[in-house]
Design a protein around this ligand. Structure first.
Ligand SMILES: Cc1cc2nc3c(=O)[nH]c(=O)nc-3n(C[C@H](O)[C@H](O)[C@H](O)COP(=O)(O)OP(=O)(O)OC[C@H]3O[C@@H](n4cnc5c(N)ncnc54)[C@H](O)[C@@H]3O)c2cc1C
Ligand code: SF4
Length: 800
């Protein structure tokens, strides 16, 4: 007979503990979960997104009812435990069910603390803790105009922003001088307030609520200074209190929370506690990261594994409100022995403050730019000595630049703080399980599954692991939005959105920073829509495009210089040989597109090699027009009817370095023998006696597609013009990461043909293309070679 394990509380910490137990020993217990709410286990953190209407309730369900069935867990839901007999090991629920246990976990969480003032029980006064609370608030926002949120902490601000997004007039009332005073210092708190004011929130600071006004429903608030404010709704968000009602009816020791030891045991045998209801060493935690750590320890204990004692947690906070990037971790008060270093950038409106005790970072506050949050969190968590760091550069080692490039981060760098998942674990999962999307990574590792803030970094790790090829959804867009490519592009024009941030914000993307799938796509659409107004967002591009080189499976790079039409000369060959020898390049190979590639090049050698080669990039790393393959043609081959090499070189010269939704390959053969396989190119040309046949939409990749004959023309100029028109039409209508074959299938061959063969339309497209790429087609290698800052930032190996 299996032992009976009963979990009281179907919330985040308890159910995570059960998941950990099932991972370790799925057959060990007969499990029953008693829940008070009527929903299966859900991600409470995401209630803020539900309130901001960025997600639906069904999207935040973590474990649907099938999960309980699949794991043979009995779920007694919507029926709280009201009595616990620890002598006879029995629990009674509100409906009178009696459940016996061998082991019991209490994970009853917390309640929103309601200020004990007159009027607190009036209709219209709500907490923000559950799905029901959230739905009540959404309903009220449709009926009423004014809302007051009492409490300017994390939850209060997220609630206020949610109600503001629903069109309410929202005032936040806060007792302290600045917002989020436990996580932010005064400067950051005031920057946050200024940003939220810009978004439309109002604030009453240093106000103590004395009374809630109203007879049948809330109508206003009265403050201790004698002032009042009118409102139709009050959200109480001044803190939480551990839910310990049940435990208090027993001999279980309860202080602020249920008291547990380092193994999550209470003073009563076989009763354990985890989550916000538990008190460890005097601390009660209100964020998920510590609770999940507790869950792991308890799962080890309950499955007989050697458990490391729980020793408390370092917590961090970020806010899920677009346009307010903040990060806070550790101890952020300058008490005795703790000093700080700070920097404010008034131009970019960013602020950093690092708190140091002896030789260790003990806390950090970042506002405006949180990209270094992980880095500081890791220094903090590992208790790294900072003796080697210079304070002036705000804690970078001498000569070191902070790297935003995940390829350089060590394997033990924590990526998902909530779930404590590091880069090494994510890389291993991607490689071993062939994962190709952020959702896959979350499913297999849990990284990104809680507050979701790390999803973009997970995407970067994914892109790094896959060399840039994160698989796109069929519509070209991702889980951040339901909108299709066409809907997004239409809105980009209609609302004149000229930056990615605007797109994420105005189109309500669930992830305010986008994800690896949508970031490059949005950047591309904006480049096409607003070639003059939109500055290319390099950081949104895949690593290969950011570095102008293809990353190889061992982390080195390939260098493929341009040889237009596949034509080279002895001087170039000698130079390539010299560089390959000098930099000890492990392999030199002729590529599939008739170029010479240097493989196995170290990142830091790239700019030096480019400089010494003095050739252009072939663009083999990019979603762009690729080099043109040509046969030797009429000048040398006895079958040739046209100068294929000459035409190929002209095409390449005219259109090189132009971005397209996916790579765009061309081939020019001088007779129907088609030695360069023109029939499987995106744009393939076959020379014939009286001119040139043009084929489009071929693909020789994983899904081989034969190109279709578009037309036959007499002159090279016509070939070049039709090519340019097709490029622009593909750019204007293609889904990012869609090759020309599916594009033509989607748009319709006849439509494409009609457009490209209509002389007026063709000229319009050509003019649009020329305008779009004007000034944007320099050799990217030169930019790097000539720009010391970029060389330093992108090509210096900072951290091993
Ligand atoms: C809007 C919002 C945003 C948040 N944002 C973040 C964030 O960004 N980052 C972060 O780390 N944390 C965040 N949190 C906090 C996080 O959600 C909590 O730390 C976490 O949910 C606590 O898990 P728990 O299991 O201890 O409690 P809960 O998740 O609250 O689960 C406890 C469950 O026990 C049930 N229960 C209580 N008594 C009984 C009983 N007698 N019988 C049966 N069931 C009972 C409750 O109804 C509840 O369902 C947020 C919370 C909210 C509300
Ligand atoms: S395609 Fe024709 S012209 Fe070109 S190399 Fe082959 S046989 Fe000769």
């Amino acid at each position: 007979m299996k032992e009976k394990l009963v979990l009281i509380g179907n919330g985040m910490a308890g159910v995570r503990t059960i998941e950990e137990i099932l991972d370790r020993d799925p057959d060990r217990y007969q499990i029953t979960i008693i829940g008070e709410e009527k929903y299966p286990n859900y991600n409470r953190i995401m209630l803020s997104n539900v309130l901001q209407k960025k997600m639906t309730v069904s999207e935040i369900i973590t474990n649907p009812l099938e999960w309980y069935e699949e794991n043979q867990i009995e779920l007694i839901n919507h029926d709280p435990a009201v009595h616990m007999d620890t002598t006879n090991k029995k629990i009674t629920t509100q409906s009178g069910k009696e459940i016996s246990y061998d082991k019991c976990i209490l994970a009853t969480g917390s309640r929103a603390f309601i200020l004990p003032v007159d009027g607190a029980q009036l209709p219209g006064v709500v907490g923000f803790r559950t799905i029901d609370d959230t739905e009540n608030m959404l309903e009220a926002s449709q009926k009423y105009q004014k809302a007051v949120v009492i409490g300017g902490g994390l939850l209060g601000l997220e609630a206020a922003k949610g109600l503001l997004d629903q069109g309410m007039d929202v005032t936040v009332v806060h007792l302290e001088k600045w917002l989020m005073e436990t996580q932010l210092d005064e400067k950051a708190g005031k920057m946050l307030q200024a940003d939220l004011e810009k978004q439309g929130l109002k604030f009453l600071m240093e106000k103590a609520t004395q009374k809630i006004l109203g007879d049948n429903r809330v109508t206003g608030l009265a403050f201790s200074d004698g002032t009042t404010i009118e409102t139709d709704m009050v959200v109480m968000s001044i803190g939480i209190r551990s839910e310990t009602t049940l435990a208090r009816t027993t001999t279980i020791e309860v202080n602020r929370g249920i008291v547990v030891d380092d193994f999550m045991k209470t003073n009563v045998p076989d009763v354990f506690a985890v989550g916000e209801c538990a008190e460890h060493n005097g601390n009660v935690y209100g964020l998920v990261a510590p609770l999940f750590e507790q869950g792991k320890v308890l799962a080890d204990v309950l499955t007989g594994k050697e458990a490391k004692p729980y020793q408390g947690s370092t917590t961090f906070t970020s806010l899920k409100v677009s346009g307010c990037d903040l990060y806070s971790a550790g101890n952020i008060r300058e008490t005795e022995g703790i000093n700080s270093i700070e920097a404010f950038d008034g131009i970019n409106y960013t602020y950093k403050k690092i708190f140091v005790r002896e030789n260790q970072v003990v806390g950090v506050v970042l506002y405006g730019d949180t990209s270094e949050g992980n880095r500081y969190y890791n220094i903090l968590k590992k208790n790294e000595s900072i003796e080697e760091y210079t304070p002036v550069s705000l804690l970078h080692m001498v000569g070191e630049e902070a790297s935003a490039d995940v390829s350089e981060w060590p394997d033990d760098e924590v990526i998902c703080g909530c779930n404590g998942i590091d880069k090494g674990t994510i890389m291993t999962a991607i490689n071993e399980k062939d994962l190709t999307s952020v959702a896959d990574v979350t499913k297999h590792t849990k990284a990104g599954g809680s507050c979701g803030k790390c999803k973009s970094v997970i995407g970067d790790v994914l892109a790094y692991a896959l060399g840039g090829e994160v698989v796109s959804a069929p519509t070209g867009i991702c889980g951040c939005t339901d909108l299709t490519r066409d809907q997004i592009v239409t809105q980009i024009y209609a609302k004149k959105l000229t930056s990615s941030d605007e797109v994420y914000r105005e189109l309500n993307f669930t992830n305010p920073e986008g994800c690896p799938k949508c970031r490059p796509a949005i950047n591309f659409y904006l480049n096409v829509a607003w070639p003059k107004e939109h500055e290319d967002e390099k950081e949104s591009r895949y690593v290969n495009e950011r570095l102008y080189a293809n990353i190889q499976n061992d982390g080195t790079f390939s260098v493929i210089p341009r040889m237009r039409g596949g034509k080279t000369n002895p001087q170039q060959l000698l130079l390539i040989a010299k560089v390959a020898e000098k930099y000890d390049v492990p392999m030199v190979k002729v590529t599939g597109s008739q170029r010479i590639g240097l493989y196995g090049v170290k990142k830091e050698d790239l700019p030096k090699i480019w400089e010494e080669l003095d050739m252009k990039a072939a663009g083999a790393y990019a979603k762009a027009v690729r080099s043109v393959k040509t046969c030797v043609g009429a000048n040398f081959c006895r079958f040739g009817t046209q100068d294929s090499m000459g035409l190929g070189i002209k095409l390449e010269q005219r259109y090189e370095f132009i971005d397209t939704p996916h790579k765009f390959k061309m081939g020019v053969s001088a007779c129907p023998r088609s030695c360069v396989e023109s029939g499987v190119k995106d744009f393939g040309i076959i020379g014939v006696e009286n001119g040139f046949q043009i084929y489009i939409g071929g693909n020789g990749g994983t899904e081989v597609k034969e190109a279709v004959l578009l037309t036959t023309v007499e002159t090279e100029q016509e070939v070049i013009d039709i090519c340019g028109a097709m490029l622009q039409y593909y750019r204007e209508t293609g889904i990012y990461a869609e090759r020309t074959a599916p594009w033509i299938e989607r748009i319709g061959f006849e439509v494409v043909k009609e457009v490209l063969l209509n002389p007026e339309k063709r000229q319009e497209l050509l003019a649009a293309l020329d305008q779009a790429v004007e000034g944007r087609r320099g050799n990217p290698w030169d930019e790097v070679v000539e720009d010391n800052k970029t060389r330093q930032e992108l090509y210096t190996v900072g951290r091993a």
